[in-house]
Design a protein around this ligand. Structure first.
Ligand SMILES: [Fe+2]
Length: 373
């Protein structure tokens, strides 16, 4: 079937195989000529800002399955496969292999949670791929057989991205501190929360390496925030809408820092699906919304907070020395039961990597991308 071509002032119409006439803008065509991309760096090296006049063809024709254009003024020649044009005809984001359906989980998830030995993760790409898959779909996975060293955490986190600091540094040690500036550094219960909502971009993927845990109590508490938000949407849709829409202030303030940021309690992705939650009573600032609005907001906020603690959703277990739990800090809500300080030693070491890097790891391990061979 021969394709047809009509040139207009600002773009052209081409009849693609099995399609209606499709319009493509000249700027877009010129900007995305194959020669615009450096084969080594794969970055765009063509500078469309430097074009003195809007690009228009001096000549354009269809040859076989290809559109050929010679541009006026520059005499630059561009060729486009019709199949490539067909992939870009709709104004929609390109398909992303890292957009995997989320698999919600409930209180009984502990025995089903995916587990991977650290050595296998370091040595085997297929194991790493299964790990990334579990983190993208379930939001949590356990790494076992961690070496009993402080360096093991960095080694593990580096498999998923570059460890990233927060305002309190690159790594943190959850153990008893003499002058604690955070509840985590005490033996008290640590209510369900997501980490560091007082930063503009709260950390993405969290790693907690257990180096010692011989105390009485101190069980780990984990909840799939996306599962709970889904239940809230089903049972109290108005509450759900309020928590999606309202910008809530968070803070973390001590002698040397005064961090403040606003977050939404329930987060939706671009498809409108629930992608996560932000919750932290110990870092929620004094709510500054209209007092009449708070008549509606507080009941919704409390209903969601109570639902997070519901036995149907709460996964409770003991994190053992040699384990490192890894989870999406924007989806998985976590906490800790109180423990008896004198009963033994409890030491977790933590860090974070970026959520975007997790998706990048999946694309690379899947061999999917614009430049993939
Ligand atoms: Fe935490």
């Amino acid at each position: 079937m021969s394709a047809q071509l009509t040139l207009h002032e600002t773009g052209l119409e081409v009849v693609l195989p099995d399609s209606q006439p499709c319009y493509f803008n000249y700027f877009w065509l010129r900007d995305n000529c194959a020669s615009s991309f450096d084969p080594e760096t794969r970055e765009r090296v063509f500078d469309i800002f430097a074009e003195q006049k809007p690009p228009v063809p001096a000549h354009a024709a269809i040859t076989g399955q290809q559109l050929d254009i010679v541009w006026k003024d520059s005499n630059h020649a561009s060729s486009y496969d019709l199949a490539w044009l067909a992939r870009h005809v709709r104004a929609e984001p390109r398909p992303d292999p890292a957009t995997l359906p989320r698999k919600h989980w409930h209180a009984d998830h502990y025995r089903k949670m995916k587990r991977f030995s650290q050595l296998a993760l370091r040595s085997d790409a297929a194991t790493r791929k299964a790990w990334v898959h579990a983190l993208l779909t379930e939001g949590v996975a356990m790494v076992t057989d961690m070496p009993d060293t402080e360096a093991a955490l960095e080694e593990t986190a580096s498999l998923l991205g570059v460890p990233r600091p927060t305002f309190f540094g690159l790594y943190f040690d959850v153990k008893l501190h003499i002058n604690p500036d955070n509840l985590a550094y005490t033996a008290k219960a640590l209510e369900l929360h997501t980490d560091v909502p007082s930063e503009d971009l709260a950390p993405g993927v969290q790693f907690l390496h257990c180096l010692a845990n011989t105390v009485e109590g101190g069980e780990s508490l984990f909840v799939d925030g996306a599962a709970v938000a889904t239940e809230l949407k089903r049972t109290y849709p108005d509450d759900f809408a309020l928590l999606c829409e309202t910008s809530v202030p968070f803070y973390d303030e001590h002698d040397r820092y005064d961090m403040r940021a606003r977050q939404r309690i329930i987060e939706l992705d671009v498809q409108g699906d629930i992608s996560g939650v932000t919750i932290s009573q110990h870092m929620a600032d004094i709510f500054d919304m209209d007092q009449r609005f708070l008549d509606r907001f507080y009941p919704a906020y409390c209903r969601f907070g109570r639902l997070l603690q519901d036995d149907r959703f709460l996964m409770k277990f003991r994190l053992n020395a040699g384990e490192c739990i890894v989870f999406d800090n924007h989806r998985i809500v976590h906490g800790r039961a109180a423990f008896v300080a004198e009963s033994g030693k409890r030491h977790l070491r933590g860090t974070y990597t970026d959520r975007g890097e997790l998706r990048s790891a999946w694309r690379i391990l899947s061999g999917e991308g614009r430049f993939a061979a």
